[in-house]
Design a binder for this molecule. Structure first.
Ligand code: SF4
Length: 307
């Protein structure tokens, strides 16, 4: 992670947010709670989002190792455990609030009751956070730091339709507002480069995003994964994907238009999976190029944000 630190000068990082809160670095332990997704099991849809990695999805909930085992595995392999104040249990794959509340309680408590747990982060969809789940999370949030990570992907409903999200922008606003009412920390995930969205449209979305009731933003470049519907469209239409130079130039503009108080968890996806068809980037080169752009433009987050 060291090579990303210098970027903290240019935007408010999530790492800094955690450090401020816990006084030291905190590690996120990715956990598989064995959840499924309503956009794949037929409840909302069958095909799922067009970019979703089919190979990592089983139509029936997978049976992962016990939560405890998953946590111990990561914590026991940490090179310098003394550097960390503790860990955040991050339920990552699929929709991590998609189960009856009693089942969720059991799974979440298995994680937070492990020694060193400081918080819970849940990747989920805006249409999967009913009131009983938020009430459970509010209860957990009294002692642990709970973040609900809601997939937004785009503020444009036509884009959400194109990527087959099965929810609208308005669903996101509703979910984020309700999560905030329950006192939770809210993160939004967005994707830059969805076909049909121009750079102007993406820059305009900064104003909308900045006015959302969210604390954290996680930005991904559009990635084409093997054996997805998106790959099929890419092969048929040859739509343009970002290269390092163009993305670095754009992301540094994008950040200028975001409100200063928003913590940015990531500026790009660092996935190096062999399943990525395009774009295939050298992450070190990307980081260096982004840094260089920030320096050349002499800019930082919020510089062009208007209330
Ligand atoms: S909501 Fe997430 S898990 Fe479900 S189909 Fe979309 S990307 Fe895949």
């Amino acid at each position: 992670m060291e090579e990303y630190r210098p970027l903290e000068k240019y935007y408010r990082t999530y790492t800094y947010m955690l450090k401020k809160r816990f006084g030291q670095n905190v590690i996120r332990v990715s956990l598989d709670g064995g959840f499924s997704c309503p956009n794949r099991d037929g409840t909302k849809g069958i095909g799922g989002c067009i970019f979703c990695d089919n190979s990592s999805f089983s139509p029936v909930s997978s049976i992962p190792n016990p939560i405890k085992t998953q946590i111990h595995y990561v914590m026991e392999h940490l090179k310098h455990p003394e550097k960390y104040a503790g860990f955040i249990a991050y339920f990552q794959p699929f929709t991590n609030t998609y189960a009856p509340v009693d089942k969720l309680r059991k799974i979440y408590y298995e994680a937070i009751e492990e020694e060193g747990c400081l918080g819970l982060a849940l990747g989920t969809r805006p249409d999967c956070v009913p009131e009983d789940v938020l009430t459970l999370l509010e209860e957990i949030n009294e002692k642990y730091f709970v973040t609900v990570e809601l997939g937004l992907q785009s503020v444009y409903n036509e884009s959400l339709k194109f990527i087959n999200r099965g929810h609208t922008f308005e669903d996101f606003v509703d979910a984020a507002n309700r999560a905030k009412k329950h006192g939770l920390t809210v993160a939004a995930h967005i994707i830059l480069g969805i076909p049909g969205e121009t750079k102007e449209m993406m820059l305009r979305s900064c104003e909308v995003i900045s006015n959302l009731p969210i604390d954290i933003l996680k930005i991904h470049q559009l990635q084409i994964v093997k054996d997805t519907k998106l790959e099929q469209i890419y092969n048929e239409t040859h739509f343009k994907v970002w290269d390092i130079e163009e993305y670095s130039d754009f992301i540094t503009d994008f950040v200028e238009y975001l409100r200063d108080g928003l913590y940015i968890q990531r500026l790009f996806s660092r996935s190096v999976s062999g399943n990525i068809v395009a774009p295939r980037w050298n992450v070190k080169l990307l980081t260096d190029t982004i840094m260089q752009k920030f320096q050349e433009k002499d800019t930082r987050q919020g510089k062009k944000f208007k209330m």
